[in-house]
Every structure is written in C-alpha cells, then in structure tokens.
Write a protein that binds this ligand. Structure first.
Ligand SMILES: NC(=O)c1ccc[n+]([C@@H]2O[C@H](COP(=O)([O-])OP(=O)(O)OC[C@H]3O[C@@H](n4cnc5c(N)ncnc54)[C@H](OP(=O)(O)O)[C@@H]3O)[C@@H](O)[C@H]2O)c1
Length: 326
C-alpha cells in the first residue's frame, strides 16, 4: 500500500501544552509494522497556527451529569471537548451550559477551548432527532449544525465531525453529499475544521479523493489488537490528519493486564491509564477520556507530564505480540 503525494510532513510544535497545527504535507507512505519512533511519528497537522489541546474530554453517556462533569473537566484543565448532536448517547445542551458557566466564571475563555461536535445519520439516532428526517441530507446537516450551535451557545465550533460513514465499507453518494454540506459550513466560517469518525483507511483515502476540504481529524476506537489502529494512523500520518483515539482503556482491557505492560507502568511509576495515554500522545494520537472521576481527570491530564523511552513506546505498541510467559 503506497501513495504518492507532494508536500512535506511537518512535526507539530508544542506550545504551552497545546499542539500547534502547522501546514502539513503528503509524502510517499506505506503502512509500517511499527510507528513508534518518538519525535518522528507525530502526525503533521493541518492548519497554520491553531492550537489543539493534547487531550480531549469526551462527553458521551453522561446524561444529566453532562453539565457538572464537563464543568469539572474544564476546571481540572481540559481544553478540548468532544460531543455530538446525538441525544441517544450525548446531551449536547449540557456541554453548552457547562461551557457558558465556565466562561462566565472566568475558568476559560471561549477561544481557549477546542470544541468539537458531530453530525449523526438518522440510523444512529433515537427518536430525538436534531433535524427533519424527511429533508435532504444537506438540509439535515445544516439543521443539525444550527441545533448544535444553539445547544452549545456558541457562534462557531472548532471541529465538525461526520460521526461515521453510512456503510462499513466504502463511501456512498450520501456520505459525499453530507461532506459537501459540511464543507459549506467550513467555507462559511462556522467550523474551523472538519473530521470523520469510525472509518477504515480505505474510506479515508476515498474521502480524500473527493473532498475539497480534507478532514483535519479522524476519530476512531483504538484497539491494541489492531496495532492501535496502525493502518488508519499510517494514512493519517501521511496525509497530515490528526488521529483521535477513543476507548483506549475500555477496548484494551486484556492488553492492559499484560505482565509486561504492568511491569512497565510499575517501573516508570505511573498508572496503567497514564502509560496508555502517554503512549498515545507519543505516537502522535490525540487521546480522549470520558472519565467521570475528578481524580482520574487530573491523573489523565498528568499523563502529558512524563516521557516514555523509545523502547517503552515500542513495547506498548507491540504488546499483543509480547509473550506472557516469564
Ligand atoms: N466517535 C464515536 O463513535 C465515539 C464512540 C465512543 C466514544 N467517543 C468519544 O470518546 C469519549 C471517551 O470514550 P471512551 O470510550 O474512550 O471512554 P469512556 O467510555 O468514557 O470510559 C473511560 C473509562 O476509563 C475509566 N478511566 C479513565 N481514566 C481513568 C483513570 N485514570 N484510572 C482508572 N480509570 C479511568 C473511566 O472510569 P471513571 O469514570 O471511573 O474514571 C471509564 O470507565 C466519549 O465520551 C466520546 O466523546 C466517540
């Protein structure tokens, strides 16, 4: 699997705990067996001078606790918030209420918070739809986006994500219609970046061949058993897309019990979640955590404050291939 491209990848600079997005490039690429060369594997990022935090706080499944927990996350120091206009799993208006109160009480300024939300097809929604399901898809996107701005009580957002393509394999005409509508929102200055979630590497490639505005972000569930989504991360790295990884803890329970992994955590004096999140950051991911516990919020943020050796990064990346026998 090899691609030709024209531009040069640029490693992101770190600015006060933020990733400074720089003009990216595409280079010849292939899916490597390992991507763990710290300092060389961070993705090239996608727009000049815009800071993206090193961690995102995820707001799914919090229901009536969404406002309280989002507020606590902002107070704890999170400056990136992920949500969706999908009432089945998210309470977007609770995020908006938390952000408004945090701004009013001086905890944050709007421009310090990276705010990301999503458009979800009706198949992923329950009866509480944020659009008219009989309208064409472009209208559904515009209605969902307008409803998101209302819920979030903001004029624009930082990243607007297609929650997932309509099919598991390939892209459909519907996906491209939705993407065009998202591009129009971006062109109108309503969202700074676009993204796509729950995608395979070939779907990203296909999107890139059709998109006028390429995705700045890919958000996927990240399985250690799949090399921590190595194929998708490789495309992202080559194309200057920031890879956002979720379920880093919950999708990898077995791997996080591996004696070699636990031994590493004990040796570096960090908790297993901190080691996973730090590993993710060092291989260039933007991790998400949806913790509901304030101590865990601090612990997760503190993952940015230590460094794994190159060897340790490789160990975590290849943990599924490490024998368990002593
Ligand atoms: N695009 C999509 O389709 C999609 C799908 C799923 C999720 N997401 C996004 O990703 C976000 C995160 O979801 P997720 O699946 O990664 O996580 P999650 O379901 O929110 O779960 C995180 C789990 O890890 C635990 N945890 C976190 N930090 C910990 C620590 N330091 N020590 C011990 N336990 C810790 C939490 O327990 P405690 O609460 O006790 O800390 C919780 O059980 C979601 O909120 C959502 O925004 C997106």
């Amino acid at each position: 699997m090899t691609r030709q491209g024209g531009r040069q990848a640029v490693a992101p600079a770190l600015l006060n705990g933020l990733i400074d997005i720089q003009v990216h490039g595409m280079a010849e690429w292939s899916v490597p067996t390992s991507m763990s060369v710290p300092g060389k594997t961070v993705p090239s990022l996608v727009a000049p001078g815009f800071p993206v935090p090193k961690f995102l706080y995820g707001t799914a499944w919090k229901e009536q606790e969404t406002e309280r927990l989002t507020r606590l996350a902002l107070e704890a120091g999170f400056r990136g918030i992920d949500t969706a206009n999908q009432r089945r799993h998210y309470f977007e208006a609770g995020v908006g209420a938390a952000l408004k109160r945090a701004i009013a009480s001086g905890v944050v300024r709007r421009e310090e918070v990276f705010l990301q939300t999503k458009f979800t097809y009706s198949g992923g929604q329950d009866h509480r739809l944020p659009y008219d399901p009989s309208a064409d898809l472009a209208t559904q996107v515009r209605q969902s986006f307008a409803s998101s701005l209302e819920h979030l009580q903001v004029d624009s957002i930082d990243s607007y994500v297609l929650h997932g393509p309509s099919r598991r394999r390939g892209l459909t005409a519907s996906d491209l219609d939705v993407w065009r509508a998202m591009e129009e929102l971006q062109a109108a200055g309503r969202t700074r970046f676009l993204g796509i979630s729950n995608v395979a590497f070939d779907q990203i490639e296909e999107l890139l061949t059709h998109a006028v505005v390429p995705p700045a972000f890919v958000q996927n569930r990240c399985f250690a058993s799949q090399g921590w989504d190595r194929a998708v991360r490789a495309v992202c790295l080559a194309k200057g897309i920031v890879y956002q990884g979720f379920s880093l803890l919950t999708a990898n329970g077995k791997e996080l019990q591996h004696p070699a992994f636990l031994g590493l955590a004990a040796r570096v004096g960090k908790s297993p979640p901190q080691v996973v999140f730090r590993f993710a950051q060092q291989v260039g991911m933007l991790p998400l955590t949806g913790t509901t516990n304030v101590a865990h919020m601090r612990e997760d943020l503190d993952a940015s404050r230590f460094e794994l050796s190159e060897e340790d990064v490789r160990l975590v990346e290849t943990i599924t291939t490490v024998a368990t026998a002593p």
